[in-house]
Every structure is written in C-alpha cells, then in structure tokens.
Write a protein that binds this ligand. Structure first.
Ligand SMILES: Nc1ncnc2c1ncn2[C@@H]1O[C@H](COP(=O)(O)OP(=O)(O)OP(=O)(O)O)[C@@H](O)[C@H]1O
Ligand SMILES: [Mg+2]
Length: 258
C-alpha cells in the first residue's frame, strides 16, 4: 500500500485536481484507491460531487474523536470505480486550532488510517493538503509513505520547494519517520510559452529523475469537470487533461513498482 501526500504550500498549483484525477485513473486501472480531503476548503469533496455541508461527520470529526467516529464510518463511494473519499469539511480549519496543544496533533490521521487498515486494504491512498505547512499538512506527511509535489512552471517554484523541503527534513527528524519523494509534477503547463519551457527545464535540471516525465497541460476541460463534480476521465476522456492524468497514472505505477 502506498500513501501519497500531495503537498505544496503554494495555493492553486493543482494539488486537489491531481488527487481527484490521478485517483480516478488509478481506480480505473483496478487499483483500490482512497482519497482523503484534508483541506478546510473541501474542494476535493465538492469536486467529487459530495456536499460537505450536509454531512454530520467528516474528516474533522475523525481527527477530533476517532473513538466515536472511526474513519471507516465517513467514507463515500465515488462513481462506479474502486474509489472512496474521506470527505473534508469547513470545520477542519477549527480542528487545526483545537489540535494544537495536543502532543499527538500530527499523528491523528496516521492513527485513524492505521485503525482503518486493520479492516480494509487499499492499493493507493492519496491525501489532498491545504496550501499551508500547518498541523493538517503535517498530519498528511506523517501518515504518508510518499510525497507528490505539484508545481506550476513559475518563478516562485524553487523558493517554495526549498521551504517545503526544510519542513519535511525537520519533521522527519523530530518525529522519527521516513517518507520518500514519489515525484515532482509540472502542472498548468502552457504549450508555446517560452517561460514555461525554460522553467520546466530548470526544474528538471534541479530535481533530475524525480520530475515526472508527464506534464499536466493547461486545459479548461479539467476545470469544467470539477464544476460537474466528476473526474476528467468520466467527463471527457479525449481532453488533453484526461490523457495527461492517464499518462501520470501509468508513470506512478511504474515508479511504485520499480
Ligand atoms: N490542467 C489544468 N488546466 C486548467 N485548469 C486547471 C488545471 N489544473 C487545475 N486547474 C484549475 O486551477 C485551479 C486550481 O487548481 P486546484 O484547486 O487543483 O489547486 P490546489 O493546489 O488544490 O489549490 P489550493 O492550494 O487552493 O488547494 C482550479 O480552478 C482548477 O480547476
Ligand atoms: Mg486544493
């Protein structure tokens, strides 16, 4: 089982889009997949067609009181795929503050997942993080076996990844666990934009074979599918966004096998 935290403290770099669409592509390949929405914005939950505001319990209740609400009890099946979602909720923002004084604050998700694994098995667990390096993101990193870092080919990409890297090193040292970089993913790539080509090349120079060969091109169909509440492969399979995420799924499976 691979547990992948999709993380970048920069907002709007396609973390949520990647969790939703990579997850759907893995599930379509027969891999049993669980998506976890750890972001108070609950974009992933909405993007999967689940109304978080109608839910009595969601991830925030699990993190606060796992005895009363085990993770298993909040899971929602998605489409006709071996795909499930642990929905997020606006109240996750408060949860972060409530957890702060607790010694195990960064372990809540990991513990909840470990309890779930005693009953269920998954091939892939993908965790969507908020655009910050706070307690929620720490929960994701501590629960993860692997990290996937999406980034736009923009000037700020390098500074952001340095900060992220420092935080991960500090966290793994102080909490004594190991996590591996699955890969860096270039997203929102615009064909024919010289700046994007230049920066994508610089990202490859810096992170070498850790950068996925697949890049996700900018494609309005991706945003449309989110509005419709379905993954892009179920919305428009021929769209470049669908094909890019299919290719990413193949590459991820190869990397995980090797
Ligand atoms: N390949 C793409 N082509 C066009 N639009 C995209 C693509 N990927 C994502 N988007 C759009 O860009 C916006 C940001 O994407 P997304 O929400 O996945 O980023 P995020 O990193 O999760 O943001 P946040 O940090 O706020 O959680 C969304 O409106 C999404 O629909
Ligand atoms: Mg997001």
């Amino acid at each position: 089982m691979k547990v992948v935290a999709v993380v970048n403290q920069k907002g709007g770099v396609a973390k949520t889009t990647t969790v939703a669409n990579l997850g759907a592509c893995l599930a379509e390949r027969g891999k049993r997949t669980l998506l976890i929405d750890l972001d108070p914005q609950a974009n992933l939950t909405v993007g999967m067609g689940v109304a978080w505001y109608e839910l009595e319990s969601a991830l925030h209740t699990v993190l606060l009181d796992p005895e009363t609400t085990p993770l298993r009890t909040i899971l929602k099946p998605i489409a006709d795929l071996p795909l499930e979602l642990a929905p997020g909720h606006l109240d996750l923002a408060q949860t972060e503050a409530v957890l702060l004084p607790h010694a195990d604050k960064a372990y809540r998700l990991r513990n909840a997942l470990e309890a779930l694994y005693t009953e269920e098995t998954y091939d892939w667990v993908l965790i969507d993080c908020p655009p910050s390096l706070g307690t929620l993101t720490q929960n994701a990193i501590v629960a993860a076996t692997h990290l996937l870092i999406p980034t736009e080919p923009k000037f700020y990409a390098f500074a952001g990844m340095d900060t992220l890297n420092k935080m991960i090193v500090a966290l793994t040292k102080s909490l004594r666990f190991r996590v591996e970089l699955l890969g860096v993913l270039v997203t929102m790539y615009e064909r024919g934009t010289r700046l994007h080509a230049t920066i994508a090349a610089e990202i490859r120079e810096r992170f070498e074979d850790k950068v996925f060969e697949t890049m996700i091109y900018k494609n309005v169909r991706v945003s449309e599918s989110e509005l419709e509440g379905v993954p892009i492969i179920l919305y428009d399979r021929r769209a470049s966004g669908a094909q890019n995420y299919e290719a990413l799924a193949e590459e991820v499976l190869l990397r995980a096998a090797g």
